[in-house]
Design a binder for this molecule. Structure first.
Ligand code: SAM
Length: 267
């Protein structure tokens, strides 16, 4: 079978990284595990040996021979032939996720996972994406993605994975990340609005919060002059002179709440 670049088909060959991912997910025989991307089943087989049940979502039906071999050996594996972004995950009842993700869907699949109720997810991403997920304020990796993912999960960067661990070798480095789902550490009045504020300010991560907001006022759907008026009114309630990349997530939460109330007053 010719592996598809478009589907991110770089299969994991180095067993050490398979073991590492499974160890860090602390899989036991009580766990129901979700995997996205069967490939040739390198992760699936090892998961199936330990977990109670493994659901694997795979888009490419050309991989059926590998699936048939695995389901013949392991009764606890169920393959869902579909686009993972379109599957309703709600009814599967998994508590852990382990996957070497197709990198082209990294962002939407991660946010889809974060809407679900799970304990831990051990996931493989492109290295730079993984670093941004784990990014802390005042570092070059701190981004909209860092704040959005860390809103309801702890992110632990586990290790870098070199191209030589895969076949065919990808052009980029990869990394394993562990997500532990938890309640948000700060209160956000409106999560949709918070996402818009994140998008607005991180478009200009080196600018001050004030400048970034004014330059991206369209993202929060407020007229530029109205926004300037709002910022003048609340200038004593928030440090608008701080640079975006130095502003901690909970402060961006405060900013979102302040703006949310003021914009509601405009309407
Ligand atoms: N788990 C295997 C491994 O570690 O060797 C395969 C990982 S490979 C990086 C990604 C897999 O995801 C491929 O098998 C690919 O066909 C599949 N895939 C790509 N896009 C997908 C999607 N939208 N939904 C489900 N599977 C997808």
């Amino acid at each position: 079978m010719r592996q598809s670049k478009k589907l991110g088909q770089c299969f994991l060959k180095d067993k050490n990284f398979v073991k590492k991912a499974i160890n860090r997910a602390e899989i036991t025989n009580n766990d129901i595990v979700l995997e996205v991307g069967l490939g040739e089943g390198a992760l699936t087989k090892e998961l199936a040996k330990i977990a109670k049940k493994v659901y694997v979502i795979e888009l490419d039906e050309r991989l059926k021979p590998f699936a048939d071999e695995i389901t013949a050996e392991f009764e606890n594996v169920e393959i869902i032939w579909s686009d993972a972004l379109k599957v309703d995950l709600k009814n599967l009842g998994f508590n852990k996720i382990v996957a070497n993700l197709p990198y082209q869907i990294s962002s939407p699949i991660t946010f889809k996972f974060l809407e679900e109720d799970f304990e831990t997810a051990v996931l493989m991403y492109q290295y730079e994406f993984a670093k941004r997920m784990a990014g802390k304020p005042d570092t070059k990796e701190y981004s909209r993605l860092s704040v959005a993912v860390q809103y309801n999960a702890d992110v632990e960067f586990i290790c870098k994975v070199p191209p030589s661990a895969f076949s065919p070798k990808p052009d980029v480095n990869s990394a394993i990340v562990k997500l532990t789902k938890r309640e948000p550490k700060y209160h956000v009045k409106d999560e949709e609005f918070f996402k818009k504020v994140l998008k607005a300010v991180f478009q200009h991560r080196n600018r001050t919060i004030k400048r970034a907001l004014i330059d991206s006022s369209h993202e929060i759907e407020v007229d530029r002059d109205n926004l300037k008026g709002i910022l003048e009114k609340i200038e004593n309630e928030f440090d608008f002179t701080q640079r975006v990349f130095k502003t901690p997530p909970e402060k961006i939460g405060d900013l979102s709440n302040l703006l949310y109330d003021e914009i509601a007053n405009l309407e």
